[in-house]
Design a protein around this ligand. Structure first.
Ligand code: PLP
Length: 494
């Protein structure tokens, strides 16, 4: 299976999956996609439902990553999903109403769905280095506003031929997130706070990626810079697995019949998770519609309804911060499938130069035939958390609540009868304070008590990765100035 850039209209530059996982973004600025989409049969889906999650992952990934052996993929999947998740990596067990089924993607080590990809991708990268004859260490550099940094640290921790440095804004992450990162374990990890905001951290990291002298110094030390960014194919491919897995589970439970179409609702930021669902459908998964859920940053709602993507708009900070985003990078991959490389290149050029583009009417028609889109403001988000708990004793985090709201809106407009798989992307404990206040509760001052209180009310245990944090040693306390030299000093010293 060869991979090509979304902007390579003549398919001139072919790459293997190991090459694209190592490289991340294409040289022309586009994103990598496989030359064709492998097909799966209903029998394949049925069989998947009898296997442990790691085998489901290896089977599906082997259709795309053809330069990896099945045993290599199985080994990566076992290390990723058998040891670091609960009983089952992606259960679809909670029913919240006649039609809605919650697919929980947060049973990993950081309690958020980023773990589903970031637990396996570092292992795929480590093998990719061997396959491409790379002798140097991949030096992962991350600027984080909280969640991605911790998930990347847990993913790369003690993985061969890799090391990772995470910069976070000293006063720009929650206390819980700070504690998660400061207590990070592993021999190849480093965490540094910077005296600035998230933009300062991101700008600083981008400057280092663009600094030729820094590259040369790192090369001398036997390493090269690499990114854990969500546009990497190594992060996207593992996300296809859980949609097929969830469908297979619903069939096995007798909730749906094999071949019956379902809807899929996804709380969306960078468009990676929902695009993985789209690929699952292209492979043959029986899906009726995709419901794209946004918070007050509703740029995708507008785009999927009108065909105009306009990032010239106000940015809102919400209680679903992982979806506070104005550039949904993975949308480029959808545009490629619907409009082709040439038009995609033009749209991306317009976005870059004017901050806005409008797709052709025929492209919008195709988009509308596959996607519905809704947004959820803060008030509705809190209401959904409260109502879902009242009615079904199920506590959802704010990101999931945005999706549940969208699924309800869709049901209102389209009627009942189709089962709807709603992706739940974070444990409510990760956003315990906002969840408690949505439930009308006072928020205790002490972090540990916030978790205990949510546990008492919801009658669910505090997830072990969060409960265990309180006994861990703080390893990283350094805080540096936000200028280029300070960040670079830290990068070169580690
Ligand atoms: C990253 C993230 C999202 C958004 O996923 P995309 O793939 O970027 O669309 C949603 N919820 C949570 C909790 C996340 O961490």
């Amino acid at each position: 299976m060869n991979y090509y850039s979304t902007r390579d209209s003549e398919r001139k530059i072919a790459k293997t999956s190991a090459q694209v996982i190592k490289q991340g973004i294409a040289d022309d600025g586009g994103l990598f996609l496989p030359e064709s989409i492998p097909e799966i049969s209903l029998d394949f889906i049925k069989e998947i439902g009898t296997l442990p999650y790691s085998e489901r992952a290896a089977k599906i990934l082997s259709l795309y990553l053809t330069d990896y052996t099945y045993d290599e993929l199985l080994d990566c999947a076992k290390k990723a999903y058998d040891e670091n998740f609960g009983d089952f990596a992606a259960p679809v067990s909670s029913f919240i109403g006649d039609d809605l089924r919650v697919l929980e993607l947060w049973h990993g080590p950081t309690c958020a769905f980023k773990d589903m990809a970031l637990q396996i991708m570092p292992r795929l990268l480590s093998l990719a280095l061997k396959k491409t004859g790379e002798k140097r260490t991949a030096y992962i550099l991350v600027a984080t506003s909280g969640d991605t940094g911790k998930a990347a640290l847990e993913g790369y921790k003690d993985v061969d031929s890799t090391k990772i440095m995470v910069f976070y804004p000293e006063d720009g992450v929650s206390d819980m997130q700070k504690m998660q990162m400061a207590t990070q374990e592993g021999k190849n990890v480093c965490v540094t706070a910077i005296k600035g905001n998230f933009d300062d951290a991101q700008t600083g990291v981008k400057k280092i990626f663009a600094d030729a002298d820094a590259k040369a110094s790192l090369d001398e030390k036997g390493s090269f810079l690499s990114s854990a960014n969500s546009i990497n194919w190594g992060r996207l491919a593992p996300q296809i697995v859980y949609y097929i897995s969830a469908y297979a589970d619903l069939v096995a439970e007798g909730d749906i019949t094999l071949g019956e179409k379902v809807d899929i609702t996804v709380p969306t930021g960078n468009f990676g998770n929902i695009f993985a669902a789209f690929l699952a459908k292209k492979m043959g998964l029986p899906v009726n519609r995709f419901i794209c859920a946004s918070n007050s940053n509703n740029i995708l709602t507008d785009f999927l309804r009108t065909g105009t993507y306009d990032r010239n708009r106000q940015f809102y900070t919400t209680m679903s911060p992982s979806m506070d985003i104005l550039i949904s990078s993975n949308l480029e991959r959808l545009l490629f499938y619907i409009a082709g490389a040439e038009k995609t290149t033009q749209y991306m050029k317009d976005l870059n130069e004017k901050g806005v583009y409008t797709v052709d009417a025929d492209v919008l028609d195709v988009i509308k035939s596959e996607f519905s889109a809704y947004c959820c403001d803060e008030e509705n988000c809190a209401k959904v958390i409260a109502k879902t708990f009242d009615k079904y004793s199920y506590v959802c985090d704010p990101h999931t609540a945005v999706a549940v709201h969208a699924a309800h809106e869709y049901l209102k407009e389209n009627g009942k009868g189709t089962k709807n798989i709603v992706a739940s992307t974070a444990s409510p404990y990760k956003f315990a304070a906002d969840v408690l206040s949505s439930l009308g509760q006072e928020i205790p001052a002490d972090m540990k008590e916030v978790l205990t209180k949510l546990s008492d009310i919801s009658k669910t245990p505090v997830p072990a990765p969060l409960a265990n944090l309180f006994g861990k040693t703080v390893r990283f306390t350094k805080s540096v100035k936000k200028n280029h030299e300070s960040l670079l000093d830290e990068v070169l010293a580690f």
